[in-house]
Ligand binder design. Sequence first.
Ligand code: URA
Length: 210
Amino acid sequence: MSQNLTIIEHPLVQHKLTLMRREETPASSFRQLLWEISMLMTYEITRDLPLQEVTVNTPVCQTKAPLLSGKKLALVSIMRAGNGLLDGILELIPAARVGFVGLYRDEETLEPVEYYCKVPDQLENRLVIAVDPMLATGNSSVAAISRLKDEGAKEIRLLSLVAAPEGVTCVQKAHPDVRIYTASLDERLNENGYIVPGLGDAGDRMFGTR
Ligand code: URA
């Protein structure tokens, strides 16, 4: 289970996630917390990005200082809940290209059905961060990652806020090369495919739908 899985245990992340779990948290606060938490998680998911030394002139002298180098980033939202994680990441990495894979979950089979796909070009030369707040059965994430690989992606990370063990195992089996980042590995899925204890339907909580 721990293979290629990073649980982000930073106290601020954990605190904000607890506020999001509360059923009385309104959609406006939920969105704000998701935005804040996604920035904090970006810190962890980009921890190992390569740097190169460049020469800069400060007002005082010339010096060598590090700048990001290496592959450009592509962020891919697994819609619709992924969109909530996107904004915070873009705030910190404004130059990243953004793609969308639209999948909905058939409520009976729990299988993902694709209804939209638009991704940046040259995915093969980019570090791709796929985002989906809830890694539940894992079926949507596996389908989205497969689609990204079909489009050429070679290096993919998956960012989720809350994961179920079933979802992690599903992604690890289908895509052992993909590193998963999450703020919490919850207990299990219930019979309706919801994460327990989870936070409910992330899309509904974000957008106030039901
Ligand atoms: N999707 C959600 O939004 N919540 C869950 O608990 C499972 C899937």
